[in-house]
Design a protein around this ligand. Sequence first.
Ligand code: SF4
Length: 374
Amino acid sequence: MNTKLTSMLQAMSPENDPWDPIRSLQRHGKHILTSVELTVTNLCNMRCEHCAVGDSLTMKEGPRIPVATILQRLDQVEHLETISITGGEPSYHEQSVRDYIVPVLKYARERGIHTQLNSNLTMPIARYEMMAPYLDVMHISFNYTSAQDFHRVGFVRAGRQVSDKAAGKLYETMVENTIALSRGGMFISAESMINYLTLDKLADIHRLIVEMGCQRHEVHPMYPSSFAANLPRLSLDQYSYAIHRLLDSRDRDLWMLFGTLPYYACNTDEAGQRLLQRLRMEPNVTVRNDPDGRNRLNVNLFTGDVYVTDFSDVPSLGNIHTDKFQEVFERWEAHPLHASVNCYCPAVSCCGPNLLVADSYYKGVDFTTRAALI
Ligand code: SF4
């Protein structure tokens, strides 16, 4: 591979995570819009059991809003720091990579904005190499210890039989792409979910992520959204057990990022406090506050509808044909749900729970009346 893959922006590290909304909160004294997520396709070659946007996936789709329109709207976001590109599988069509994604990434690079793309990395590597010079984070899902796991999880909602051979080939491609792109210098962040299937396998999953050369392992509990809505839900104790075991067995040289955790410093239970304390002390471990509902908006590039996240039940709050992103963000600030999770405890760098977490585990709790207990 002769393409230069290394980002020219300030390198990301446990000390520099541009996606954590706490940074702009600390700088501006309130949440402001610093992050936009673009849903560039609803097509995907997989149908993962846990897919957070599974219900939106389609078999074909119409034309996207012109890239110039999107860039014009992005230009109006004064404090834009990050752009995330998501799907479906954004690289499903080579033409969309070339004519849509690369121009957005180039625009971001020229403005000094960090970029992330969510992908399953199962497409031909040339598509990823096209983006590589302008991309800061290639984000993949990795919840497997073998091709059989991949087959079991990745096509369960496909509505048709996918052969072992076909699934095995895709798994191989994903692993080979991850290894080759990592070797080329791409920052690949592999995300695993803690759920009923991975609970006892996280140490092995972590080892494979290290072996493939990924630069970060992200871990999130799985919450009941879209395809995952009816999967078995784990208890807070089960998540805690899984995280402690993973911390015991991890490679301490690899950055581990935990997100959307359901534990808060204002909780009174000792086990939760102990886990948070451990996460604070562990080297190379960070806990990210959730951008959804804080500093980020998501836009669907077919309808133009703008949401506070790509997977919550909050309906669209505007449309880019008629509204600036900033106007939509102000509508969200006035929304009753926004107020319900809008708390901030500087001592522990926490800015409140994710909306789905609050709904799943803390129904009726008013976080705005709580404070960290340290
Ligand atoms: S910011 Fe909110 S959720 Fe976090 S510790 Fe404080 S009160 Fe609890």
